[in-house]
Design a protein around this ligand. Structure first.
Ligand code: ZN
Length: 427
């Protein structure tokens, strides 16, 4: 399996779980598929694209804060690139067949690692550049059989939250620890929990590169990181990447189906294959170690998990619509329109549920997944107040609209999962 996105073993509950996020995805207009585009090739509708964009921006900002630099690399590469990386001999069952192009063969990439290794190699590096953290939210492809495709969990085109850290052997433990910290922070913001941490080791069979000493060293490093972290974990054979062991963060969907979302991997193999080096303090060339890490794994699987974990009621910072303005009558429509415009100025996503769409009760039910429901009656319109209802049913006393928007914007900017406060009391 490849960096950050491992296939799962199907179990009897798979159908139920996949049906769940597929059903919600369609009902909530998040994503869909069309036989004309093809199986395993979902497209994102505007509301789904909004969730995805918010998620991707969160990841990019977190990576920038943690010292990562972002790159872009193409989704195709020459067959030779994957022969060097080892994908061709260890992973070709999961790759699309090569395309003949003017006498050479190119393939849709099965992972981003080889491109990043080549980018590292393209410039001279000294020990002062390390750890060099290279990140990309990039596309990769897997030739899944059509029988197992569905929704966002088994797809043929994958957007991977990927990064490779090129570092010295001494820096590996700290970098892996920091990546686990980023994963924990992201799970807090996303309102999801890790079911367990897994130390994924090689198993019997020929899909792993044969280098016993390399495996011994990399397993020892990751074991130390997990032991020091205090996190409970279990070691499982047969789940490693072909080039090295992994720490996998497992999540479980409401149907009890487990999958890997996040991963931290140590790799001595690809730096060797691509002949990567840096100039040490001693003036001699040294080989860097490569850490592969993904905070949320593939965007597709992460959003599938978020849909199922929250039943479509996303944390406010991720919600496609964060605030719905509910004018009691047509008289309050201009005030509601002005409120939506103020939200847009503040970077909040808001829309109006007009009175002609039904009674206030019916409109509130329709907007039940929207975190903030701003009711505007005649009195509120005159005073520039809002009677705010929260998605969880709490109702706040009418307050100045400006105060409410400031509060919502602060919660959204902090990626807070609390709708209003932390003690469950309406302010
Ligand atoms: Zn990788």
């Amino acid at each position: 399996m490849s960096c950050g996105h491992s296939p799962d073993t199907a179990n009897p509950r798979e159908e139920t779980a996949m049906h769940d996020h597929r059903r919600l995805g369609r009902e909530l207009d998040l994503f869909d598929t069309d036989p004309l585009i093809g199986a395993g090739l979902p497209y994102w509708l505007p509301d789904g694209a909004t969730v995805r964009h918010a998620l991707e921006e969160y990841i990019r900002a977190a990576e920038r804060r943690a010292g990562y630099r972002h790159v872009y690399s193409p989704v195709l590469g020459k067959r030779e690139l994957y022969e060097i990386s080892g994908h061709w001999s260890h992973y070709s069952d999961d790759m699309f067949p090569p395309m003949d192009l003017g006498g050479e063969q190119v393939v849709l990439r099965p992972s981003l690692c080889p491109h990043h290794a080549v980018i590292f190699r393209s410039r001279a590096h000294s020990y002062r550049d390390l750890p060099l953290r290279m990140a990309e939210l990039g596309a990769m492809y897997r030739s899944e059989l059509s029988g197992v495709l569905g929704g966002l969990t088994r797809v043929r085109a994958i957007q991977l939250n990927d990064a490779h850290i090129f570092c010295t052997l001494d820096q590996v433990a700290e970098e892996a620890r920091a990546a686990l910290g980023m994963i924990a922070d992201a799970y807090r913001a996303l309102g999801i929990t890790a079911a367990r941490h897994r130390l994924s080791l090689p198993g019997p069979g020929g899909k792993y590169v044969a280098a016993p000493e390399m495996w011994r060293r990399s397993v020892a490093l990751l074991t130390r990181v997990l032991d020091d972290s205090g996190l409970p974990y279990e070691a499982v054979e047969g789940e490693a990447a072909f080039y090295g062991p992994k720490i996998d963060v497992q999540v479980v969907d409401p149907a009890g189906r487990e999958s890997t979302l996040s991963t931290v991997q140590v790799d001595f193999h690809q730096p060797e294959r691509f002949d990567l080096d840096y100039m040490g303090a001693d003036g001699a060339k040294h080989r860097p170690v490569m850490i592969h890490r993904s905070i949320i794994g593939s965007v597709e699987r992460a959003v599938a998990h978020l849909i199922e974990a929250h039943g479509g009621a996303f944390p406010a910072w991720l919600a496609p619509v964060q605030l719905v303005a509910l004018p009691i009558s047509a008289n309050e429509l201009p005030t509601a329109q002005a409120l939506v415009a103020r939200c847009a100025d503040l970077g909040l996503r808001a829309e109006i549920a007009e009175p002609e769409r039904g009674t206030l009760g019916a409109r509130i039910r329709e907007a039940r997944l929207v975190p903030y429901q701003a009711v505007i009656g005649a009195k509120e319109a005159v005073n520039d107040h809002i009677a705010l209802r929260l998605r969880d049913g709490r109702r706040l006393d009418p307050q100045p609209a400006g105060d409410i928007l400031t509060r919502i914007r602060a919660l959204v900017a902090a990626h807070d999962t609390a709708l209003w406060d932390h003690d469950g009391e309406a302010a």
